[in-house]
Design a protein around this ligand. Structure first.
Ligand SMILES: [Zn+2]
Length: 122
């Protein structure tokens, strides 16, 4: 089952220009590139925050998570046909959300990223 996450950390807010960065968190063995991997450019901020994007269209692309080895972050806005059942299941880094950000819904809220995301989030 796929779960959708929203990260409210300051790095994601700056990168997306929005209140949160929505994405799927998959283990690396659940993901493979079909095409376009050669067009990926990587920008790494001084904090270590990594931004992978398509050099052709500028869109964010799936990227390995910097805080938890073995996982890929799949930006949710890239999905052409997300299943209707896909809903936000977890909000992460809620303690650093923008003051104007009001989180709605019943998804779990985590102050930061739980240490064991395998058991807590997946
Ligand atoms: Zn974040």
């Amino acid at each position: 089952m796929l779960s959708l996450y929203q990260c409210h950390c300051s790095e994601c807010r700056k990168t997306t220009g929005s209140s949160a960065n929505a994405g799927l968190l998959l283990s690396k063995n659940q993901f493979r590139w079909i095409a376009g991997e050669e067009n990926i450019k990587v920008f790494i901020k001084s904090s270590g925050y990594r931004v992978n994007f398509c050099a052709t269209c500028g869109s964010p692309v799936p990227n390995p998570t910097s805080v938890q080895a073995g996982f890929m972050w799949i930006p949710a806005g890239l999905l052409d046909n997300p299943p209707p059942s896909l809903k936000v299941s977890n909000h992460i880094y809620v303690d650093s959300k923008a003051s104007w950000d009001e989180i709605a819904g019943s998804a779990k809220q985590h102050a930061e990223l739980p240490l064991n995301i395998n058991k807590t989030l997946l």
